[in-house]
Design a protein around this ligand. Structure first.
Ligand code: UDX
Ligand code: UDX
Length: 454
């Protein structure tokens, strides 16, 4: 099928490259000329494991352009995957979505095009995009006769850092539309994934236990709500583990044992129970906020989701308080933060706990140093106020440090020669912000090992 993808961010790029890999003819459009140039040259503007390899494999079916006029005409499906950042009141800022929808409408010419909202959008946005498309299309002097279109929702569940695996081997595919023809087109588009008929790429092998992928084919509003409900649930699962973690510290229990014991109950499941400094990234914070904002429009409150957010915010403060309890005085202390990205295997810094922790420490007079194996350059560009505190080397970070915090559990840090660095520190305090290091081993190496929770 002929596919257009608007927006080559984490979601759009993964969607476009994966569909091209599956044999569809894909054109990706983005307004950022620099990104398009990089992609045309075969390199990837974001750090996502396997993406450049997949790009290379799919290149015959892929075109990158800044021109909607090149990308939209003839497309059976147009995915809109532009950013929807939070506005000040917590509601998503939809101006990028509006302008993308208008540009799509200016260029529709096919007998039937499904326009898919791939961005996470508030419930009801499908109807809103539909209205914008119809309005913009009606204003066109050159609008072709016999050109039909319809809006669908196809939420994305990919995790950054695992984007290709999650796209090719998903737990489920959700498509929502009030038009049966749209559902049929999307069903056809995703056949290779649903039936798992494609040859898996060598760098992302097919899991042994995957069967046919369940397809949830539903109405527009339900599909939109599924995305929010799933993300908010994962966010609150983590916050729950963190809330129990603080209690565990007080009663002398070991949170890792507690969550292991909980997670083996199949009704609970072990994933997303990892306690630590809490969640960040582009989705959980934004989506929980948007869900609460949508509910408020209906004069409805969501105290569980709200509590998950508050617990998450508190975790970042707890990290700082743990250090303060230990060092007594933070003023003038040198604190090293290991990891700036919001989680390993991505260079995404959006809502990263490290940024908040750094700012809280600076506000209390500490001297902060940050390090990340991949996200350093992006950090320098996107966080000018914190950029001067970036350490290029681990030696520089550990040197004369009063405490080090593991904020992001990059494999490089887990495999670090910790024994080599302890001697550089002024006081060898190590706060494990993710509960991933072996406490006994660290103590043997000479660290004073602290965890966020019990
Ligand atoms: C519960 C726990 O499930 C079990 O793990 C623990 O050991 C003891 O307490 P039980 O009392 O048998 O077990 O209740 P269960 O049937 O599991 O569910 C508890 C309540 O939750 C019921 O009233 C049930 O109707 C309700 N429930 C359960 C829901 O409202 N929604 C659900 O999805 C599941
Ligand atoms: C998330 C959803 O998982 C995905 O389905 C959705 O489409 C987009 O949002 P992503 O934000 O890429 O994906 O990252 P995810 O792997 O979900 O992690 C989110 C945050 O939770 C990270 O900061 C991570 O460190 C944290 N986390 C995750 C925990 O603190 N504990 C856990 O047990 C798991």
């Amino acid at each position: 099928m002929k596919v257009c993808v608007v927006g080559t961010g984490y979601v759009g790029l993964t969607t476009g490259v994966s569909l091209a890999f599956l044999g569809h003819e894909v054109t990706c459009v983005d307004l950022d000329q620099q990104k398009i140039d990089m992609l045309t040259g075969g390199s990837c503007p974001i750090y996502e494991p396997g993406m450049e390899d997949l790009l290379a494999e799919a290149t015959a079916n892929l075109t990158f352009t800044t021109s909607y006029a090149e990308a939209v005409p003839g497309a059976d499906v147009v995915f809109v995957a532009v950013q929807t950042p939070s506005a000040d009141d917590g509601s998503p800022d939809l101006r990028y979505l509006r302008s993308a929808a208008e540009s799509v409408a200016q260029n529709l010419d096919h007998d039937f095009t499904v326009v898919v909202n791939k961005s996470t959008v508030p419930i009801g946005s499908g109807n809103w995009v539909d209205a914008i498309l119809r309005e913009s299309f009606a204003q066109r002097a050159d609008r072709p006769a016999g050109c039909e279109f319809s809006v669908a929702s196809n939420p994305e569940f990919l995790r950054e850092g695992n984007a290709i695996h999650d796209t090719l081997f998903p737990d489920r595919i959700v498509i929502g539309s009030d038009n049966p023809r749209s559902l049929e087109v999307l069903n056809q588009l995703y056949r290779p994934i649903i039936n798992q008929t494609f040859t898996a790429p060598s760098f992302s092998p097919r899991p042994d236990d995957i069967g046919a992928v369940p397809l949830v084919s539903t109405d527009l509003a339900s599909a939109e709500l599924i995305k929010y409900a799933a993300n908010a649930f994962l966010a609150l699962k983590i916050s729950y583990a963190n809330e129990i973690g603080q209690l565990a510290a007080k009663v002398g229990a070991d949170i890792s044992e507690v969550t292991r014991g909980m997670g083996l109950d199949q009704r609970i499941g072990s994933r997303f129970l990892q306690a630590g400094v809490g969640w960040g990234g582009s989705c959980f914070g934004k989506d929980t906020k948007a869900l609460i904002a949508t509910a408020a429009e209906y004069n409805y409150s969501m105290p569980i989701v709200q509590a998950a957010r508050e617990v998450n915010e508190r975790q970042r403060l707890i990290a700082v308080e743990r250090l303060q309890d230990e060092l007594r005085i933070l003023k003038g202390r040198k604190i090293g933060l290991l990891g700036i990205a919001f989680k390993p295997n991505t260079d995404d810094l959006r809502d990263s706990p490290a940024l908040d922790i750094a700012n809280l420490l600076l506000a209390r007079g500490a001297r902060v140093r940050l390090h990340d194996p991949i996200a350093g350059e992006r950090f320098r560009r996107e966080q000018p106020s914190l950029a001067p505190y970036l350490s290029d080397s681990l030696d520089a970070l550990f040197d004369d440090c009063d405490a080090v915090v593991l904020v992001t559990e990059w494999a490089q840090y887990l495999e670090l020669d910790w024994g080599k660095f302890v001697g550089l520190m002024r006081t060898p305090i190590l706060l494990d912000g993710r509960h991933v290091l072996d406490a006994e081993r660290m103590a043997r190496l000479g660290y004073k090992y602290l965890a966020i929770a019990g």
